[in-house]
Design a protein around this ligand. Sequence first.
Ligand code: C2R
Length: 171
Amino acid sequence: MEKNMDIAVSVVMGSDSDYSVMEETVKILKTFHVSHEIFLTSAHRSPDRTSDFSRKAAERNVKVIIVGAGAAAHLAGVIASQTTLPVIGVPVDSTALNGLDALFSTVQMPGGIPVATMAIGKAGARNAALLAIRILSLTDAELHQRLTVYIDNMAHEVEKKHDDLILKSRL
Ligand SMILES: Nc1c(C(=O)O)ncn1[C@@H]1O[C@H](COP(=O)(O)O)[C@@H](O)[C@H]1O
């Protein structure tokens, strides 16, 4: 846990084995120059560390917590139960159930404790970063500008792909 730096987004993982998926979150946060940290903890294997992190995150000025976990993925919900910060969950496909287990255990939160749940795997990990960026850009004009450019580029990309496809179909 970083102590003296201003960290906007905490990227939490239940295991180092989740990093191959959660790296996608980190890449996007880096592209947008969003200050972030990586934090490894498990509600199951290190409950005290998880509680300590969750209870202190807001006072450390963290704004959004992204949590990637697979299997019986209780980590995002347990963190959300101990902070008022927005928590975004990424179900990681790390078992024989291909992430469905993690999806259900992340998304099916009891009423009162929300976890904004993304899609399974790398696409979800990327969207988690983009959702955090949308939240932060409510109060950060520069970040909002970068987000607008990103969205415009995506729209142009679709138009370009359309034109390429039409050309290809005429060959
Ligand atoms: N879902 C959780 C929690 C938790 O929710 O507390 N702790 C670890 N895990 C998940 O277990 C999977 C296997 O972990 P290992 O690879 O370490 O055995 C990982 O996807 C992790 O997120």
